[in-house]
Design a protein around this ligand. Structure first.
Ligand code: HEC
Length: 128
């Protein structure tokens, strides 16, 4: 009797696990990661890699710089462009008093292509 019970528990667990996996795929059965826009992946890659942005910007909490969500909120409200800011061509609108710290990163971002800057902007505006 005990064996049967544990068999059902095991079977149930497997069903739950496989259902859980299903939510990570699109209707075609492809993993969500793969169908995401490439610019989104590029943005994340740049943000966490070459750009070193993640050292100072976390999604929800202020570390050295304002959180990504706070920046995204303000840029959306003001309909401003992060890509243009990162080229050093617009004024800071989130926390001008700390601008000097952020400015040092333009050495990296100014060498990025328009596509890379756009990808960074997309990533920040769409952070979950
Ligand atoms: C050394 C820490 C540091 C790093 C690394 C850093 N930032 Fe920042 N960032 C800041 C600080 C501090 C501010 C607040 C000053 C300001 O608003 O300009 C800021 C502000 C910003 C803003 C808002 C600017 C505004 O209008 O006020 C954006 C957008 C931004 N960072 C993007 C980035 C991106 C993209 C990277 C990576 C290429 C990056 N940051 C790397 C510290 C950093």
């Amino acid at each position: 009797m005990k064996k049967i019970a544990s068999f059902f528990i095991l079977a149930f667990t497997l069903i739950v696990i496989s259902c859980g996996k299903k939510t990570e795929t699109d209707p075609m059965g492809n993993p969500i990661e793969e169908v995401k826009a490439t610019s989104d992946n590029l943005g994340k890659e740049l943000f966490e890699g070459k750009g070193l942005c993640a050292t100072c910007h976390k999604p929800d909490t202020k570390v050295v710089g304002p959180s990504i969500k706070e920046i995204a909120k303000i840029y959306k409200e003001k309909n401003a462009s992060i890509a243009i800011f990162l080229q050093g061509e617009s004024e800071p609108i989130v926390d001008p008093s700390q601008y000097e710290i952020m400015k040092a990163n333009f050495a990296v971002t100014k060498s990025m292509t328009d596509e890379e800057l756009k990808a960074l902007e997309e990533y920040m505006l769409n952070i979950k």
